[in-house]
Design a protein around this ligand. Structure first.
Ligand code: HEC
Length: 92
């Protein structure tokens, strides 16, 4: 929690406004701050930013197949993907 507050304080205002809603939709499965103890949901917290970006794009284009993630990634813009990936990669 402290870390989230810290990130919120140092993040730029534009990112601040856009992140929470998007990330909240991921939390249902991937858990709060990207950690869910259920092994079917990969942890996102602290994951490499470049990996997250390319993986979300792979789901979007169909290079990586997963029914759930393909439909979710399909709704994300390039900016959304960039922001979400930055958010999770910066959680330590
Ligand atoms: C309804 C449940 C659900 C929601 C909501 C969801 N995911 Fe996922 N996600 C999954 C599952 C299940 C997998 C594992 C897919 C696989 O095995 O290929 C996954 C995989 C991923 C991966 C690949 C992780 C890795 O280590 O390779 C990323 C990245 C990801 N999700 C990001 C997101 C983001 C970002 C959001 C929110 C915009 C989101 N997910 C919302 C269920 C969900």
């Amino acid at each position: 929690m402290k870390l989230v507050i810290w990130i919120v304080l140092v993040a730029t205002p534009i990112e601040l406004m856009a992140q929470p809603n998007l990330v909240r939709s991921c939390e249902k499965c991937h858990g709060v701050e990207g950690i869910n103890n259920n092994p079917i949901f990969p942890n996102l917290r602290g994951q490499n930013k470049g990996y997250l970006i390319s993986t979300l794009n792979d789901f979007k284009t169909g290079n990586r197949q997963n029914q759930i993630m393909t439909s979710i990634a399909g709704t994300l813009s390039d900016d959304d993907i960039e922001m979400i990936s930055k958010y999770y990669s910066e959680l330590k």
